[in-house]
Design a protein around this ligand. Sequence first.
Ligand code: T46
Length: 143
Amino acid sequence: MDKNHLIYLRTEGSAERGYLSFFELNRDLQFPIKRVYYIYDVPVGIKRGMHAHKKLQQLLWCPCGEIEIVVDDGKERVSYLLDSPKKALLVLNGYWREMYWKKEGSVLCVVASDYYDETDYIRDYNEFLKYVEEGYWDHEDQL
Ligand code: T46
């Protein structure tokens, strides 16, 4: 079911000089980036997210710290741990997401397929379940 997935970012470097990780359009990421944002200074134990997107797709990564991302398709919940700057998580549209801050100073970086649009959000879980039941997204068909 879960078409969201971890991507191990291409990385160059060494313990002596440090590391550089990167991703490129079409080679690593299938959607053109229209927006970049990042979330920081979040106290440990805080939960964010708690919504789904009708159309928006995003790539999330945590360059420092540790953040758990839970994605939920209305039937099953899957947890991903972003605990390395080399890991990124593709989160498709139509999945409820929750983010849990595990370590102080953790930063969540996001690139998004579209501009910010509050009408694309579903912030009520029961409403999200209705969209799922009505077959608004065909998760099987994604990617
Ligand atoms: C998501 C997860 C991973 C803007 O004005 N512009 C923006 O680009 C964004 C992302 C948010 N906002 C406003 C909307 C709210 O008034 O910033 C405020 C905080 O947003 P929100 O409570 O939605 O933040 P999170 O951390 O719960 O969710 C965010 C993204 O909104 C969401 O798309 O998938 O990160």
